[in-house]
Each structure stands twice: as structure tokens, then as C-alpha cells.
Design a protein around this ligand. Structure first.
Ligand code: LR7
Ligand code: MN
Length: 584
């Protein structure tokens, strides 16, 4: 892992470089307070100050460049314009091995220039937009724990390369207690020798999790705006100006770029037509997801490149005026490691009078990984616990829909949320009902009289219930039947919607076209399209569920297997279903 260890000569040199902490700090001590929070503006607070006197170091290392070996790995042209890097033979095998540990293809990343050109993925209309000369500047906060070397450096360089110098106040790196050797001395030396003095590094003395790491960065920041990035990003052309312009025009705005996808296997930077993008939603199970821009918002925003309201944000990439960040309650400091803080901040911003928007002319790529290449101390489900903290503070009675998905969390210790509730009260933040009605009216509420005629378990007289059969998180799946639970569980919770769908949160029952010899047609759960047609059902007083287009009845057959199908309607118990609750 640490190539210092493979090269004795480099080790020899490294030992002769004075330890970082013994260098004299520069800058004067100066601190102030924002909302009772100590904000340390003092440069000597940082563990590494890029502007430190290098002459001492250089005379010691006599021209030896410990970074030359990294430079030599780069293959000119690889990955340029965002093209995929395709490896063959031994290298491909090595890459697969490394991916299983690091969650992305570091062999490919190492072959790509730290300054590669990525495609301009913006809406073509963006090119003509003019921004103010005097935009607010930014402190860019990049947090990381055990990040891979080239993705981290490429993130830093792409900020330096793509942000106008006068708008970049500083880059604050926060190392959340990494233990990879290359992130210690080698990174210190890279910052001193290769990066401009506005890049600074703060090391945390214990593993703090991404929420507290970001708070540390925010406390050290001195720029007009705070801008947070994950440690594996690449910025697009003119990415900062549209964010800064919007914050200048609307000081209570929390703004996010469109997040482009960088492939974890090939480092390909994907691009679409520039115009289509999605905004943030959430599932009642407490997960962030992507949703289409509803028609009312397309009309309100007026243009495809205007700020677009988003109910939630993904979490990792956003900008906000520094004072606004603190005024709006920064973060829940008691959230650990990873997960949940993104929905918490989203609900809070909207409910407390701010706006959360996607700014279409700002684009940043992010490497999406399929697992976390770092530890979760104590093996806690931090996403679940952090989300339970979120729903306790922000969701009012709607938290029932979360706990229906996560009954386990009702008996889990989630700590004390009284400080957050106190903040909510003091700021007189609005209710979750207000948020749903005004910011996310298209969000389906399974047990709401405006959305459903009936809800709950869908029970057949022989005590079998419709059941997702553990496919809850999937988009499209075959569902079926299972003995009814005697408690409320998300897997057996369905609505009969006002659009006549047999519906779960975002999935609706649809009848397949190709049946068997007995004329039985399969029934699938697929994303709801809300247009009736093949998803429309008739629910009779006698308990039938008749698929309108085919005129076939939902049937559990013998009830012995978990299969469910639609077939010719007959007077049979296997075709009788009642919901637990009928609203109207
Ligand atoms: O303990 C930790 N300490 C850290 O410093 C855990 C993580 N981190 C760092 C980590 O090195 C990385 O830079 O925090 C950053 C985010 O961690 P990731 O990259 O593992 O998270 P993610 O990209 O899988 O998850 C998304 O949701 C998270 C919820 O807690 C965070 O908000 C992430 O920032 C967020 N990422 C994005 O929004 C990018 C777009 C992804 C989407 C959708
Ligand atoms: Mn990430």
C-alpha cells in the first residue's frame, strides 16, 4: 500500500525530512464566534501550512522526487475527455483484486492524468450565461478517510484547475483519522511541495465520521461560502460560478450541482444530453433516491437552466453562505460515521425557511462506489440510527411510515435529540406536513386520504397477505403471498390509490402479457406511471381486485406456493382480498 516502503532510497530521504509538527506555524492567532460556536480562523491551527518555508526541505532531499514514480504510471491520453480506461490481462486481474478492497479501480485511476479533461456535460444554454464579477469566494472542504491516492489528488487538482483563483479562498482537507501510510508523511510532503499555499490539511485525532469531519472543516473556514466535496470528485467547466451567483442572489439557498457519474471500474465520465437531470427524493424507509422534476416545478423555474427546487440533496456536494450554514443549524453533531445527515439537512433547510436547489449549469463528477472501503467503528448501523434521529426531529407523526420499514430502530438507542428539537422550536420551523404539501406534493403517502382509498395488509380469507417477498428495495419484481403478519410491516403494506393502483411507495402492480396454459397471467411490481392503463384495477365491495385492461382477477391459487397471478374471475375464495383500512 505504501510505496515508500518498497523503495529504500525514498525511505532514507523521508527520514531526513524534519517532522511536520516541529515546523514553526505561520499566521497570527485570531478567533471569533458565530452563534456561540468557536470559529478558529487561525492558520497555525492546521497541521500543514502549504506556505511553510521549503528551502530547508529542498536542501535536504537533494533533488530526489518521491512523486516521480506516481507520475511515471500515467499513460498519456488515458481517460482523456472522460473516456473509459480498459485494462487487459494481468493488470485487469490486479484491478479486480484491488477493487474488492478499495471499491474502485485504482489501477485505472493511477494511469489517468491528475489534470485530465472531462467532457462538458452542461446544458448548451449554460455557455451563454454571464456571472457577476464580484461573486462570493469559497472555502472548499474535502473530507476523507483512507481515500485512494490519485482520486484524492485528482479531486484537489480539479478544484484548483477549474475554479477562478480569486474565487477560491482556500481548500481545507480534513483527514478523518486515516491509517494508510501514504496519507501521512507522503501527503504532507505533497501538499508542501506540489500544492499552492491555499491548500491546507487538518488531521482529526480520532475517527469522527463524515458529519463531524465536515463541521471541523466548516469551523476552520474563512471564505464567504462553504462548499463541501467528497474526496473522489472531478469538477466541470465553470462549475463554481453558477453556485456562487445563486447564493449571492439568495443568501438562504443551499445549492447543489448536478452530480455526474464517474464509473468505479473504468473511470469513465458519463455524459447525457446535458438537459435531462433528476432531483432528490427519499423513501419512507429513510433512503435518499433520485426522482424526476415534477411538472409544477418545470413550469415554476421557467428555464431548463434555472435553479430547480429539490426536496432533498444527496449530501456530499453542496455550497452555502458560511453564516447561513450556522444559522440553519449546521449539522447534528451526534451523528456518527456515514448516512442520514443528507435527509436531515434537506428537511431542516426547507422546514426552517431556506431553499434547496439544484443549479443545472454547475456539474461535478463523483465516483459511485458499491461498498464502503472504510470501517464502521462498533459495527453500528449509523445510517439507520442517524435517520431515526432525523425522523424524531423533523417528521412529526409521519415517522410512523419510517418505523413501519424499520421496526428494529424503535428499540435501538439513538441518543438524545433534545438539542435539535430545541433548535427547531427556537427557529419556529414548519411541520413535515407543510414540507410534504409544499415542497414534495408528488410524494406518495400510503395512508393519506388524499392519496388512497384503502391501505394496510391485503388479506385473503385463508389468512395469506400480499407480500413483497423481501424485494422491497427493488424497482421491478414479482411479488406474491405470505402468511399475514400480526404486526404492521412494510413488506405487507399496500395502498389502493386514488389512481386505482395496487400500490406500494413507488411501485404498482401490473399484469404481464404472457401467461401459462391455464390462462394465468403473471403480476409484477413495477415503477408506477400514474396513467392508469395496465396499472389500473377495480376493487369491488365483494373483495375482488379486477385488472381493468384484461378483466382478470387477482388470485392466490391454492395458496400453498407464494405465487400470485391474474386469471378469469370466478366465485372463489382465492380471488377475495380486503385491505385492513378503508378511508373512503
Ligand atoms: O467516517 C467517515 N469519514 C469520512 O471522512 C466516512 C466517510 N468519510 C468521507 C469519505 O472519505 C468521503 O469523502 O466522507 C465522504 C463521503 O463518504 P462516501 O463517499 O463513502 O459516501 P457516498 O458517496 O457513498 O454517500 C453519499 O451519502 C453520504 C451520506 O452520509 C454522504 O452525504 C456523502 O457525501 C454522499 N455522497 C454524495 O452525495 C455524492 C453523490 C452520491 C449520490 C447519490
Ligand atoms: Mn462518495
Amino acid at each position: 500500500e505504501d510505496d515508500q516502503q518498497q523503495m529504500p532510497s525514498r525511505d532514507f530521504m523521508a527520514n531526513r525530512i524534519p517532522p511536520v509538527r516541529s515546523l514553526k506555524p505561520v499566521g497570527k492567532r485570531r478567533s471569533n464566534t458565530i452563534n456561540g460556536i468557536q470559529v478558529d480562523k487561525n492558520l497555525d491551527y492546521f497541521d500543514v501550512v502549504g506556505s511553510a518555508d521549503l528551502s530547508k526541505l529542498e536542501s535536504l532531499d537533494r533533488g530526489f522526487d518521491e512523486f516521480a514514480a506516481d507520475d511515471a504510471k500515467v499513460v498519456p491520453g488515458f481517460g482523456e475527455n472522460g473516456d473509459p480506461v480498459l485494462l487487459k490481462g494481468d493488470e485487469a486481474e490486479e484491478a479486480t483484486r484491488i477493487m474488492a478492497k478499495e471499491a474502485f479501480n485504482i489501477v485505472a485511476s493511477d494511469k489517468i492524468s491528475l489534470h485530465r479533461v472531462v467532457p462538458d456535460t452542461r446544458d448548451p444554454l449554460c455557455q451563454a450565461v454571464k456571472y457577476d464579477e464580484d461573486l462570493p469566494n469559497a472555502s472548499i472542504i474535502i473530507i476523507f478517510t483512507n481515500e485512494a491516492w490519485t482520486p484524492l489528488l485528482r479531486t484537489i487538482w480539479s478544484v484548483l484547475d477549474k475554479t477562478p483563483g480569486h474565487l477560491l479562498k482556500e481548500i481545507i482537507l480534513v483527514d478523518d483519522f486515516s491509517d494508510k501510510p501514504y496519507l501521512k508523511g507522503k501527503l504532507d510532503r505533497y501538499i508542501r511541495k506540489k500544492l499552492p499555499s491555499k491548500v491546507r490539511l487538518k488531521r482529526l485525532s480520532k475517527r469522527s465520521g463524515l458529519i463531524r469531519a465536515r463541521l471541523t472543516g466548516a469551523r476552520l473556514a474563512t471564505g464567504d461560502n462553504l462548499l463541501f466535496l467528497d474526496s473522489h470528485c472531478e469538477c466541470g467547466d465553470d462549475w463554481y460560478q453558477p453556485l456562487a451567483q445563486r447564493i449571492k442572489d439568495e443568501p438562504n439557498a443551499f445549492v447543489v450541482p448536478i452530480i455526474d457519474v464517474i464509473d468505479d471500474k473504468t473511470m469513465e465520465y458519463y455524459h447525457g444530453n446535458g438537459v435531462y437531470f433528476q432531483i432528490g427524493g427519499f423513501s419512507w424507509g429513510g433512503h435518499f433516491n433520485w426522482v424526476d422534476i415534477p411538472q409544477h416545478e418545470q413550469i415554476r423555474r421557467g428555464s431548463t437552466i434555472a435553479p430547480t427546487r429539490t426536496p432533498t440533496m444527496a449530501g456530499g456536494l453542496f455550497a452555502v453562505n458560511r453564516q447561513t450554514f450556522w444559522d440553519f443549524g449546521s449539522y447534528d453533531e451526534e451523528m456518527d460515521v456515514w448516512g442520514g445527515e443528507n435527509l436531515e439537512m434537506s428537511f431542516r433547510v426547507w422546514q426552517c425557511g431556506g431553499v434547496l436547489e439544484t443549479i443545472p449549469c454547475s456539474r461535478v463528477g463523483h465516483i459511485f462506489r458499491s461498498f464502503h472501503p472504510y470501517t464502521f467503528p462498533g459495527n453500528k448501523d449509523t445510517h439507520g440510527i442517524n435517520t431515526a434521529r432525523t425522523v424524531e426531529v423533523w417528521m412529526d407523526d409521519f415517522k410512523r411510515l419510517f418505523y413501519m420499514n424499520r421496526p428494529d430502530l424503535l428499540s435501538t438507542d439513538i441518543g438524545d435529540v433534545s438539542k435539535r428539537l430545541e433548535f427547531k422550536k427556537q427557529r419556529q420551523c414548519k411541520s413535515f406536513k407543510w414540507y410534504l404539501d409544499n415542497i414534495f406534493p408528488q410524494k406518495f403517502i400510503l395512508d393519506d386520504p388524499d392519496h388512497s382509498f384503502a391501505y394496510g395488509r391485503v388479506r385473503n380469507p385463508n389468512n395469506h397477505c400480499l407480500d413483497t417477498l423481501q424485494n422491497d428495495e427493488k424497482d421491478t419484481y414479482d411479488f406474491g403471498i405470505y402468511p399475514c403478519h400480526d404486526y404492521v410491516a412494510a413488506s405487507q403494506f399496500f395502498s389502493f390509490s386514488k389512481k386505482f393502483d395496487i400500490r406500494r411507495e413507488d411501485n404498482c402492480a401490473e399484469v404481464g402479457e404472457i401467461g401459462n396454459d391455464l390462462g394465468q397471467l403473471p403480476v409484477h411490481m413495477v415503477p408506477c406511471h400514474g396513467k392508469g392503463q395496465d396499472q389500473e384495477w377495480i376493487h369491488t365491495k365483494q373483495g375482488r381486485l379486477i385488472h381493468k385492461l384484461t378483466n382478470k382477477c387477482l388470485d392466490i391459487g391454492s395458496g400453498i406456493s407464494d405465487k400470485l397471478f391474474a386469471t378469469d374471475c370466478k366465485a372463489m375464495q382465492s380471488q377475495i382480498f380486503f385491505y385492513d383500512n378503508y378511508i373512503s
